[in-house]
Design a protein. Structure first.
Length: 545
């Protein structure tokens, strides 16, 4: 065996010696240096998150953007886009006075409250009447009053000072145990309360990256996830230097192709990700099969249940079928759950759960050599709002299991009713099989963004999707209010009838720009437009007012 292995090495050495025979020392040195640098460059290219075609495309557009004429044109277009977004932001706040420096004299309480009321009443969408997809998942004055009082009592508390605020830490621990129980966790299940789904996802990615590096000896960590997985995973890969490997989803079911997922696994895979459900289409990946891959290759499996939240946890109890998706599935090692969605807690509340503490330990950060003393924090934040923890805890107590079950039943009844009626409309179709509360709509008869635009003029606010074009509505408790669902369905029917009078009509305004951006080959240009959009939200007039 040793002789067989040695033969190629001898042949290679002989070839190299012959190749360099008769060459000057400087030639040998130059060829060697160029070979090493070329090999290093190729290695870097192959180590990039994208495939070779995407890398070549990015490099081409980067070079193109360095041409003065092209660069000038792009800057001009970006300025136009920014001005368009800025105009929209200014219009939303028309009539409000901008305060850009501290007032000389303090304002009294009544003045401050009136200003706050004036600000919070801005916006054309009647979210409290059920016109908005997702966003506000439950609204009831009694719960508002309760959580406001709880927050008042705890607004200055901070769980980082556990010796000063031990009760807040107890509440956080109880939230974790309550949520773990709902998702079939064991006594070993643990986790943390975070500020939202994005932080929960970031923490899972950070934990598995570090676990992969320090325990499994992985040098170049990779995440394998469906193309439909939440963008927070891409954000985590960008923040933490993890290669993101997206896997295709089935065109019809909009669920990840498990065989493609297995092919994407490598020795560097630190986690497998699946959604319950995914944000764009509301479909759920085959979590059982993905968990089997995790067990087969000894890789942690994360289930993103931020959007599914408590709806999925209570579906079976209220008479709806759902495939196992949580810790009841062998191989699932972590779950992200947003308590500020269908847990109905105020915004700023989510939970990341792990099947074992060995994973959570790699989520933590500890600084041992800081002159200020030993420093440790469980998540991204150092100081955290004890008020957010307390209001989440209070909300859980307010509903109890029966309360959540009753609301879940109402939401699902409305959701199934809307889905059933939408499927009767020939000019549109539903993407895949929605598992809980998200219904995604497409059309082969007209550009679906036209429907979103038409409904927007009637105060409906829906989410627009790309690759392929689509829109979706996320059903909440507000859609269960009397008449809301039927009003939505009636408006959809009327607007489709209007659209079909001229189905090939072009998009208008910002919707047209959004649709156009999905077709641009240079995605960095779309990124520039997105940054312009974000910049516009920080608009304040020049000078002090």
């Amino acid at each position: 065996m040793l002789e067989i292995v040695a033969l190629p090495s001898v042949a290679i050495a002989t070839y190299i010696n012959r190749f360099f025979t008769g060459k000057e020392p400087w030639q040998i040195s130059a060829i060697t240096s160029i070979s090493i640098l070329t090999g290093y460059y190729v290695w870097n290219v192959l180590s990039q998150p994208d495939d070779l075609f995407e890398i070549a495309k990015k490099n081409f557009f980067q070079i193109l953007r360095k041409i003065p004429f092209v660069s000038k044109k792009i800057n001009e277009e970006c300025q136009k886009v920014y001005e368009l977004f800025e105009k929209e932001v200014k219009g939303r706040c028309e009539g409000l006075t901008y305060i850009t420096s501290l007032p000389i004299e303090p304002l009294n309480s009544d003045e401050i409250i009136n200003l706050v009321k004036n600000h919070t009443l801005r916006g054309k969408y009647r979210w409290n009447e059920g016109f908005v997809s997702g966003t506000v998942y439950y609204y009831d004055p009694d719960l508002v009053n309760l959580t406001a009082e709880v927050y008042r009592l705890t607004l200055y508390s901070n769980p980082i000072h556990s010796d000063v605020f031990p009760g807040i830490c107890k509440m956080e621990a109880e939230i974790i145990r309550i949520v773990a129980d709902l998702f079939h966790g064991s006594d070993d299940t643990c986790g943390s309360v975070t500020s939202g789904g994005t932080e929960s996802i970031l923490m899972a990615c950070k934990a598995y990256r570090d676990y992969g590096i320090h325990v499994r000896g992985i040098k170049n960590p990779e995440i394998v996830a469906p193309r439909t997985v939440h963008a927070a995973f891409d954000k985590a890969s960008s923040y933490f230097g993890i290669r993101m490997k997206h896997v295709t989803v089935d065109d019809d079911s909009k669920c990840v192709n498990v065989k493609s997922m297995e092919r994407a696994i490598s020795k560097n895979t630190v986690m497998l990700v699946c959604s319950a459900p995914n944000f764009p289409y509301g479909t759920m990946d085959d979590i059982k099969q993905i968990a089997k891959l995790g067990l087969k290759y000894n890789i942690p499996v994360h289930v993103d249940c931020c959007l599914g939240s408590f709806i999925l946890a209570f579906m079976v109890q209220v008479g709806y079928e759902v495939e196992p998706f949580d810790f009841a599935v062998p191989g699932v090692t972590s779950i992200s759950v947003d308590t500020h969605k269908y847990g109905f807690a105020p915004k700023g509340s989510s939970v990341i759960l792990y099947s074992e503490s060995k994973y959570r330990h790699h989520q933590y950060y500890a600084s041992l050599s800081w002159p200020g003393g030993l420093y440790g924090s469980p998540s991204v934040s150092g100081s955290r709002s004890g008020g957010a923890i307390a209001t989440c805890w209070a909300t859980l107590m307010y509903f109890g299991k029966n309360g959540y079950a009753n609301v879940t039943r109402k939401i699902l009844e409305v959701c199934k009713h809307i889905e059933k009626e939408l499927r009767k409309i020939n000019e549109i179709f539903i993407f895949g099989k929605p598992v809980s509360t998200v219904i995604a709509i497409g059309s082969k008869s007209f550009h679906i963004y036209r429907l979103a635009q038409a409904l927007n003029k009637k105060s409906w606010n829906l989410n627009m999707l790309q690759f392929p074009f689509g829109i979706h509505i996320c059903i909440t408790q507000l859609h269960t209010l009397p008449g809301v669902a039927d009003r939505f369905l009636n408006d959809v029917r009327i607007e489709i009838e209007n659209i079909m009078q001229n189905p090939n009509e072009n998009l208008e305004g910002q919707v047209a720009m959004y649709g156009m951006s999905s077709t641009l080959p240079d995605r960095t240009l779309v990124g520039d437009f997105t940054k312009c959009y974000l910049d516009a939200h920080y608009y304040t007039p020049k000078g002090n007012i």
